[in-house]
Design a protein around this ligand. Structure first.
Ligand SMILES: Nc1nc2c(ncn2[C@@H]2O[C@H](COP(=O)(O)OP(=O)(O)OP(=O)(O)O)[C@@H](O)[C@H]2O)c(=O)[nH]1
Length: 623
């Protein structure tokens, strides 16, 4: 049994030489949260009775999906069982980071709060795209890297092969790669010892003006915003007034403390420490990740580097299925925004879908999580329009438009259109190189390079338009590689492209919800597909209804719904009047669910079917 130390120092008086601030980075599902659980147990901060799986993942969605969305920081006392530091109580501040691409910014802030990182790799899977992305981020932050293979209890584990792969990647000896099982706890003590031995203690100036970096901010309905900080210089004390350096806003520190792992108040937190503060602000946007906090009196003049506003990359229109739920949707979005500085929205109206909101997200997982929370936590039924990226349109007269909704794409004399691009990294077994390249090429990708990680695994790098990967790229990638490929991407700017807006017209009226911005070469296929689908879904009307796809005034595809009045009584032979009435009543009910688009009645189901079908690239977000 490990020695559970009892002489744990106060957060305001810990000798920085005894501190180790580290995080765990890994590809999704490689076992970060499970490893964190074991560390909580071994260091004795959570006792056996209270232990539950994924202790630190507190949101329902996090538990159900088994993913970490918000970072958490925990203070763990540990006296190494071996080595020169044996028996002396150290404080390990462990920061559990989110693993998904959409939340890269949070990962990078968490990394900036640490001196070292445990790089965790599944011993049955090997290095994946996000292992690399996170590793590169850690290297940029000059962190000490402790390589670890997890899940060595699995029969499919290949510890020899993957420790070699990992060692090649970071330039160490395969012997130095620790092998653990987060599930059984095997090797986790040795890992904690290694964290103490190898990760450097923080260096900061204890008597300098206080400077602390915010690496996470969460909204708690009882206490307001709880902000997680890493003190770099000086000390923050209870009841003092502090200043946010990016905005100049001042607040009083109502409470300050550490998580161990429940929030434990303290008198203050000292140089090098990680903890939380509560100031009574009600909205995470007032306490932004990446910002620097200093004391109001005799404060620092220079902020710590690294602050950046989260920028939405993907937009989608969200509409309540039942128009009367619009105020509820607004209220729900307001509530979610308290806890999510990256969520932006503004009201929008659509002729086809009624009142709703145009909502900006960091990426598709973010969109999916928000939508699911709206539906589940707030009981709303929603229609989401196809996600789109942000375009910058320059007109011939020099005016510039930022387009977040395809139906607002300007008409007239356009000089140039810019779209966001990303640098995508795909990792896969080398047998799939051909299919991966074909897919990327079809999506207007430009090959940047390719490297073999080992004999049979390859890393392929492409520049791709973000619009080409936000819809179904990952699904296609998975199916072409039998599930073996992993993908990571980061925004790298924008490029000029031949983009056009395709409108869909019903009986001559534009249906705004179906407008899309596509590459010129893909416009025809999009038009034909949508027009054919709508013809299937829209019932015949009393008059003939043309369905057209058009670029500007040029029609590129057309179908026609023939005129007919649906005679619901046709099959009702004989003269039972009550049965006839019932059928007519039913028809009337059905009509209520119709939406009028110009002069055409469209069943709401048709909108949902078109927007949520896979091949129109809309509706349900993919990960
Ligand atoms: N057999 C075995 N399974 C493990 C081990 N560690 C984790 N797992 C399982 O792997 C799955 C993913 O583990 P998590 O801890 O949720 O992974 P994660 O990296 O935190 O995932 P995200 O939070 O989504 O990034 C779970 O089903 C765990 O039970 C291990 O050492 N051995």
């Amino acid at each position: 049994m490990p020695a559970i130390p009892n002489n744990v120092p106060e957060p305001s008086r810990t000798d920085p030489a005894l501190l180790r601030n580290f995080c765990i980075i890994a590809h999704i599902d490689h076992g970060k949260s499970t490893l964190a659980d074991r560390m909580l147990q071994l260091t004795g901060v959570v006792d056996q009775r209270q232990m539950r799986a994924q202790y630190l993942d507190r949101m329902d969605i996090e538990r159900e999906r088994g993913i970490t969305i918000k970072s958490q920081a925990v203070r763990l006392p540990w006296a190494p069982t071996e080595g020169p530091d044996q028996g002396s109580t150290h404080i390990l501040n462990m920061i559990d980071t989110p693993g998904h691409v959409d939340f890269t910014y949070e990962v990078s802030r968490s990394l900036a709060a640490c001196e070292g990182t445990v790089l965790l790799v599944d011993a049955a899977q090997g290095i994946e795209a996000q292992t690399l992305a996170n590793l590169y981020l850690a290297m940029e932050n000059d962190l000490k890297i402790v390589p670890v293979l997890n899940k060595i209890d699995l029969p499919a584990a290949q510890p020899e092969k993957f420790s070699e792969e990992l060692a090649n990647l970071i330039g160490c000896d395969p012997e130095d790669v620790l092998k653990v099982s987060a599930k059984t706890g095997m090797g986790v003590e040795a890992l904690l010892d290694k964290v103490v031995a190898e990760i450097p203690a923080p260096v900061g100036v204890a008597d300098a003006p206080a400077r602390a970096m915010i690496f996470d901010s969460v909204y708690d309905s009882y206490r307001g915003v709880v902000t997680y900080v890493r003190v770099v210089d000086g000390q923050l004390n209870k009841r003092e007034r502090i200043r946010m350096m990016s905005t100049g806003a001042t607040h009083e520190l109502l409470e300050i403390g550490v998580s161990s792992p429940e929030m434990t108040p303290a008198d203050g937190i000292g140089v090098g420490e990680v903890g939380y503060i509560i100031t009574g602000v009600k909205d995470v946007r007032q306490s932004k990740v990446g910002d620097t906090i200093t004391s109001l009196h005799n404060g620092a003049t220079e902020a710590l580097g690294g602050y950046k506003d989260p920028k939405p990359m993907v937009f989608s229109g969200l509409y309540p299925l039942d128009g009367s739920e619009y105020p509820d949707l607004r209220e729900a979005l307001d509530k979610l925004q308290l806890n999510d500085a990256a969520l932006v929205y503004e009201p929008e109206t659509s002729a086809a879908l009624g009142f709703g909101f145009r909502v900006g997200f960091l990426g598709l997982l973010h969109l999916d999580v928000i939508r699911e929370r709206l539906e589940r936590e707030f009981g709303l039924d929603l229609i989401a329009t196809a996600p789109n990226v942000v375009y910058r349109v320059i007109m011939e007269d020099g005016t510039e438009h930022t387009v977040t909704n395809p139906s607002e794409f300007p008409e007239g004399k356009i000089d140039e259109v810019f779209e966001p691009v990303v640098r995508a990294t795909v990792l896969a077994p080398s047998e799939f190189i051909g299919s991966i390249m074909e897919l990327c090429q079809n999506r207007r990708g430009v090959l940047l390079g390719m490297d073999y990680l080992s004999e049979d695994r390859v890393e392929i790098r492409y520049t791709l338009p973000l619009a080409e990967i936000v819809f179904d790229f990952f699904d296609h990638l998975k199916s072409k590689t039998r599930g073996y490929a992993s993908l990571d991407y980061e925004p790298t700017g924008e490029q000029s492209a031949q983009l056009v807006k395709v409108d869909i017209l019903l009986h001559g009226d534009k249906v705004d919800a179906f407008s899309a911005v596509t590459h010129k070469d893909a416009a025809y296929a999009y038009g034909v597909r949508l027009v054919a689908k709508l013809r299937e879904l829209i019932p015949r009307q009393a008059f003939e209804v043309p369905i057209q796809a058009a670029i500007g005034s040029r029609v590129i595809a057309r179908e026609t719904i023939r005129a007919i009045r649906k005679d619901v009584l046709a099959k009702c032979y004989g003269g039972d009047i009550s049965r006839k009435r019932k059928l007519l009543e039913k028809q009337k009910e059905g009509k209520k669910r119709m939406k009028m688009v110009g002069s055409v009645e469209v069943p709401q189901e048709a909108f949902i079917a078109v927007l949520s079908s896979d091949d129109s690239g809309g509706g349900k977000a993919k990960k």
